[in-house]
Design a protein around this ligand. Structure first.
Ligand SMILES: C[S@@+](CC[C@H](N)C(=O)[O-])C[C@H]1O[C@@H](n2cnc3c(N)ncnc32)[C@H](O)[C@@H]1O
Length: 227
């Protein structure tokens, strides 16, 4: 009997919209300077950024505007952003060049695979996951990136004393995040009431968030420290 190969459920669907000429040019010209090398080796962050500084890893940065703003506002941190959507990657590369940012690098791949394969254990000072695809329908909940197995992977990659910061505008997902993180022995909630925190000043509003705000959506920020 032929066994089906094991399928890993992905947290995204690649719907590649058209690249604008500006995004294409950025992917051709700016990408080589600010992306990771194409090998399978674990990343050496000191070599990648040319200095030793706290590493902030952002998953699914969308069009990258809020990530670029953070990198500009906090020059003392090194930022690595990962996004599967190529037009967004092109947009962020243009922002890097326009603002002459030296502390931001970009990768275009599945963040889960990047974490598993190339991010060294105990190397991240903060992981940021802002407005991950909410996968509203019950039958799609398995596609949500936050799952107990992913929380365990994050626990391996975040340094002791490092942070996991998440935000969502979908209450059911916020509650699931809260459950999955509260059930992990590796993380402790930083919120006063063990639930949600107000948006910290360092996190600018994201594009997705602003669209939700116009529709009257609430926002839940969650901050956990790696024990
Ligand atoms: C709802 S959007 C939010 C984008 C941005 N953070 C914002 O708030 O504007 C979620 C993003 O996560 C990206 N994404 C989903 N799963 C991903 C994964 N496994 N690795 C990298 N990016 C992912 C999607 O392509 C999409 O751009």
């Amino acid at each position: 009997m032929n066994e089906k190969p094991l399928r890993t459920v992905k947290s995204f669907v690649r719907r590649e919209g058209r690249l604008t000429p500006g995004q294409q040019k950025a992917l051709d010209d700016i990408w080589p300077k600010f992306s990771l090398t194409n090998d399978d080796e674990p990343i050496d962050f000191e070599q990648l950024f040319g200095r030793n500084a706290p590493v902030v890893f952002e998953i699914g940065f969308g069009n990258g505007a809020s990530l670029a703003e953070m990198a500009k506002n906090q020059p003392g941190n090194n930022y690595l952003g990962v996004e599967v959507h190529r037009p967004g990657v092109g947009q962020l590369l243009n922002l890097i060049e326009n603002h002459q940012l030296t502390n931001l690098r970009v990768e275009c791949t599945d963040a889960v695979e990047l974490l598993k394969q190339r991010i060294p254990d105990n190397s991240l000072d903060r992981v940021q996951l802002y407005f991950p695809d909410p996968w509203h329908k019950k039958r799609h909940h398995k596609r949500r990136i936050i799952q107990p197995t992913f929380v365990a992977l994050l626990a391996k990659k975040i340094k002791q004393g490092g942070y996991l910061h998440m935000a969502t505008d979908w209450q059911h997902y916020a509650e699931q995040m809260l459950d999955d993180l509260s059930n992990s022995a590796y993380f402790t909630n930083c919120a006063d009431n063990d639930d949600y925190i107000p948006r910290p000043e360092y996190r600018p509003l994201t594009k997705f968030e602003q669209r939700g705000q116009k529709l009257g959506h609430g926002v839940w920020d969650l901050l956990f420290i790696r024990q």
